[in-house]
Design a protein around this ligand. Structure first.
Ligand code: LLP
Length: 425
C-alpha cells in the first residue's frame, strides 16, 4: 500500500508502516523519540551522483552547499563520493576539515567574512574565495600579504535578473545584497594588478533557490558568458565559472527539472569553453533525502477551526513559517483512519508556528506520529533553541542499518556558557 504522492522511493510504506530504506521508521522513533530528522543515505548519494552523471562530459567541481545540511555524517557520505563543499563560515570550514574534504574542491562564499575566517581558509588551502565586494577583496589581499600567500578569487557578480521563486530566497537582482554589479566587476578584473596577492580568475553567480525550471539559469548563464567574452576580449583569463546552486526539488506539485534536463540546458551554452565549471547544489542533493518526524499531542477545536498540535515547533523546522513552504505530511502508520481538515501547529508562542494550514491530514490517535517529507535541506540546519527547546536528534539510515548521527540536545546543552553575574544576584 502506498499513499505517497512523493516520488522518493527510499521512503515508502510496507504494508501499513512507513520505512526509510530497509528500516521501519517507528522502530527508530521508539528508541530515539521525537522530534526527529531521518536521512536516507541512498537518496542522498543518489542525488549527488545524478548531478555527477549529468555533467560528466565537463567533469565539474561539485561543491555541496553545506548550509543546506551540515550534519557530519551527511558531509562524510558526500566526501566519500567525491563531493567538495561550498562553505560560508569558519564553522563550515572546520566541518569540511573534520570530514577530510579535499580542500582543492572547497569554495568559500558569504557577503561578510571576518579576518579570522579568511586567515583560516587561506591556511586550509581552499580552492578559491567567492568575493562579493571591493572592500572584501582589499581585505583578503591584505591578509594574504601578511601571510605571504597567493590566493585565487572568483567575483560573485550580480547578473540583475529576477528569478521566479520566493522573495526571501531570490538573490540575483540588484535589489538584493548579493554580488558585485557588472561594471564594477569588470573594472576589478581589468585592474587586478592593484591586488598583489590575488589571482582574480573566476566568476560566480547564484541567482536564488528552489528554481524549478531551466530558463532563469539559462538567462543568467548567457548574460554571464557575454560578460566573460568581453573580459576575455580585453585579455582577462577566466579559469573558473561557478554557476551556484538553486535547483528546485519536489515538495508538492512542482515538476522540477531533473539533473539531466538541467545539464541539457547548461552544457550546450558552455561547450568549447576553457574554464572549469563549479556547481553548488544544496537542496537538490539533500532535500528529498530527509523526513522530519513529530508526535501528535492532541487536537483542539475552537468552534471555527481545528488544530492538530504536535511536539515539534518552528524552532525545529522553520521553512513553513518563514517561506510559506509546503511539506507533505503523512502518518508513520497508514490506516483507514479518515482525514481531518486542520492546521498542524507546534507548541511555540507564535501565530506563525504552523506547519500546514487547512490541510487534510490523517486523523491519527493522540500519541501517534506524522512525517513531514522533503525536509533534508534547510531543516535541522535552520533549527534553533527558541522557547528554550533543545534541537532535535538526527538519524541516518543505510539499507537495514541506522544510527543516531546527532544527539538530541538536553537542558545542559542549552545553558552551557550561560552565567548570572554577581551584580544580578
Ligand atoms: N550557493 C550559494 C552562494 C547560496 O547562497 C546557496 C543558498 C546555495 C549555493 C545553495 O542553494 P540550493 O541549491 O540549496 O538552492 N533557507 C532557504 C534557502 C536559502 C538558500 C540560501 N543560499 C529555504 O529553506 O528554502
Amino acid at each position: 500500500m502506498s499513499m505517497l504522492s512523493h516520488p522518493i522511493h527510499d521512503f515508502h510504506y510496507k504494508q501499513t508502516d512507513l520505512y526509510c530504506e530497509g528500516v521501519r521508521i517507528s522502530s527508530i522513533v521508539k528508541k530515539v523519540g521525537t522530534p526527529l530528522y531521518i536521512y536516507s543515505h541512498n537518496t542522498l548519494v543518489e542525488h549527488y551522483l545524478k548531478i555527477v552523471e549529468a555533467f560528466k562530459a565537463v567533469d565539474p567541481i561539485i561543491c555541496f552547499a553545506m548550509k543546506a545540511n551540515s550534519n557530519l555524517a551527511v558531509l562524510k557520505a558526500l566526501v566519500n563520493n567525491g563531493a567538495g563543499f561550498d562553505i560560508v563560515s569558519g564553522g563550515e570550514l572546520q566541518k569540511a576539515r573534520m570530514v577530510k574534504a579535499d580542500m582543492s574542491r572547497v569554495v568559500y562564499a558569504s557577503v561578510g567574512k571576518t579576518d579570522q575566517e579568511i586567515m583560516d581558509a587561506i591556511k586550509a588551502g581552499i580552492l578559491l574565495f567567492n568575493v562579493e565586494s571591493q572592500p572584501e577583496l582589499k581585505n583578503i589581499d591584505r591578509i594574504a600579504g601578511k601571510m605571504k600567500k597567493n590566493v585565487q578569487v572568483a567575483l560573485r557578480i550580480n547578473p540583475d535578473i529576477d528569478s521566479p521563486t520566493h522573495d526571501k530566497i531570490n538573490t540575483g537582482s540588484l535589489k538584493k545584497k548579493f554580488g558585485i554589479d557588472l561594471a564594477t566587476a569588470r573594472s576589478i578584473f581589468l585592474n587586478q594588478k592593484s591586488y598583489k596577492r590575488l589571482h582574480i580568475n573566476g566568476i560566480h553567480i547564484h541567482i536564488g533557490s528552489q528554481i524549478t525550471k531551466g530558463e532563469p539559469f539559462v538567462t543568467a548563464i548567457k548574460k554571464t558568458l557575454s560578460f566573460i567574452d568581453a573580459l576575455e576580449a580585453s585579455g582577462v583569463k577566466v579559469e573558473y565559472f561557478d554557476i551556484g546552486g538553486g535547483l528546485g526539488i519536489f515538495y508538492k506539485d512542482e515538476n522540477p527539472q531533473t539533473a539531466h534536463e538541467y545539464a541539457s540546458k547548461v552544457l550546450p551554452l558552455i561547450k568549447g569553453r576553457k574554464f572549469r565549471l563549479i556547481m553548488e547544489p544544496g537542496r537538490f542533493i539533500v532535500g528529498n533525502a530527509g523526513v522530519f518526524v513529530t508526535k501528535k499531542l492532541y487536537t483542539k477545536d475552537n468552534g471555527v477551526k481545528k488544530f492538530m498540535i504536535v511536539d515539534a515547533g518552528m524552532n525545529d523546522l522553520v521553512r513553513p513559517s518563514m517561506y510559506d513552504a509546503y511539506h507533505e505530511i503523512i502518518p508513520l502508520k497508514a490506516s483507514a483512519a479518515k482525514k481531518i481538515t486542520c492546521d498542524v501547529v507546534g507548541p511555540i508562542c507564535e501565530s506563525g508556528d504552523v506547519f500546514a494550514h487547512d490541510r487534510d491530514v490523517a486523523d491519527i490517535q493522540d500519541g501517534e506520529y506524522l512525517a513531514l517529507l522533503s525536509t533534508g535541506a534547510y531543516g535541522y540546519a535552520m533549527s534553533s533553541n527558541y522557547n528554550v527547546r533543545g534541537r532535535s536528534a538526527e538519524v541516518m539510515v543505510k539499507g537495514n542499518k541506522w544510527a543516531v548521527v546527532q544527539d538530541r540536545e538536553v537542558f545542559k546543552d542549552l545553558i552551557r556558557g550561560s552565567h548570572i553575574p554577581e551584580f544580578v544576584t
